[in-house]
Design a protein around this ligand. Structure first.
Ligand code: BGC
Ligand code: CA
Length: 351
């Protein structure tokens, strides 16, 4: 059935090309058109940060279309399953994609995808969920676009230390220590543990005494974070002074938990996130969240779009700067009430 269909499509394509071929000899040679078909697969369509990043990516790609260069993008959601993602990559290749952007479900399991890409001679740009170096270095045509997890943790720690120094009343029980809890992203994700460790270490290095009450995993997810936070509030009541979340969605979930319990503003802990998503920036602008760290989604999206187009067209590769020939890391940026509104505007969320 499939091959019958294919044959017919081919026959139709030949028919369509025929008039051009017949008249071609009278015209000047027109440079052949280029088709870039980018296949994207990402780990889960419920992820706020990645949805925002991919919106930017689609816009960037559109802007790169020129007269003779047609670009199509197909985005698929792996629904949290590596097996599904491997199948999707096969389908994307079968559908004619000539470059892939892959946000791995399981960042330790890219080998099927790498094998398929090698067989077909297609380049792969991994993004946001970083494969281990041995996997990336094993063949040509594999790249990574993302950011350095440690940098975001250090910045979150610096933001928190500055804020605590200026607002010493947050030590509500006046024991000279800040009682804190952490909401952590998915286990195994490069951004989870590294962010936590560096944030906590940085606050300590700045001379602030901390006391850890609890760590809870909430998989980057707002509803899960709300749930975990409700449990922690039941356990520690007013004892929590600081909430460090590995991303904005979980910081927002923690705030949801306090809101549900009708906590008055004066009894709330101070919250810090990472990402600078639409709602994250809004929360900083409204002083509900003390600070966040901007995870440069525009920069990452633009780097992916440029690289994808350059890899297929063969043009512009020289202008792209890589680390270790394969990596592009975009810098993080601290966000406080002072710059949140301008970042919000740059994102054009209101348009
Ligand atoms: C972001 C999270 C996101 C995760 C997905 C992280 O870099 O900070 O918000 O959920 O990537 O992989
Ligand atoms: Ca205290």
């Amino acid at each position: 059935m499939k091959s019958w269909k294919l044959r017919n499509i081919r026959a139709a394509a030949v028919l369509l090309l025929l008039p051009a071929a017949l008249t071609g000899c009278q015209r000047q040679q027109i440079p052949s058109e280029q088709r870039i078909h980018i296949g994207v697969t990402y780990y889960n369509r419920n992820d706020t940060y990645l949805n925002e990043l991919l919106e930017h990516f689609k816009q960037d790609v559109k802007q790169k279309e020129k007269n003779a260069v047609h670009i199509a993008v197909t985005v698929t959601d792996a629904g949290g399953s590596q097996k599904t993602q491997d199948d999707q990559v096969k389908e994307l290749i079968d559908a004619g994609c000539n470059v892939l952007c892959v946000n791995l479900v399981d960042r330790s399991a890219p080998s099927e995808i790498i094998d398929m890409a090698r067989e077909k001679g297609i380049s792969v740009i991994f993004f946001n969920r970083e494969p281990v170096a041995e996997d990336l270095l094993q063949q040509d045509g594999l790249y990574y676009v993302g950011a350095d997890a440690k940098e975001s943790g250090v910045m979150q720690g610096e933001l928190a230390a500055d804020w605590i120094r200026e607002n010493s009343w947050i030590d509500r029980n006046r024991d000279g220590k800040i009682q804190y809890v952490v909401l952590e992203g998915e286990p195994g994700h490069q951004d989870a543990i590294i962010r936590t460790e560096n944030a906590v270490e940085t606050i300590r290095n700045e001379g602030i005494e901390l006391e850890k009450l609890s760590y809870q995993m909430a998989n980057w997810n707002r509803a899960q974070a709300q749930n975990r936070m409700e449990q922690m509030i039941s356990q520690y009541q007013n004892g929590i002074e600081l909430v460090l979340a590995n991303n904005d969605d979980m910081a927002l979930g923690a705030m949801d938990a306090y809101k549900k319990r009708n906590y008055t503003e004066s009894a709330l802990p101070v919250f810090f996130g990472i990402d600078g998503t639409k709602e994250g920036l809004q929360a900083v602008m409204d002083s509900r969240m003390a600070g966040t760290v901007y995870n440069d989604k525009e920069g990452q999206a633009e780097a992916m779009a440029r690289l994808a187009v350059a890899l297929v067209s063969g043009e512009g590769m020289d202008e792209i700067e890589f680390e270790k020939e394969k990596y592009i890391y975009l810098p993080y940026k601290k966000v406080t009430k002072e710059n949140a509104a301008s970042l919000y505007q740059e994102n054009k969320y209101d348009e």
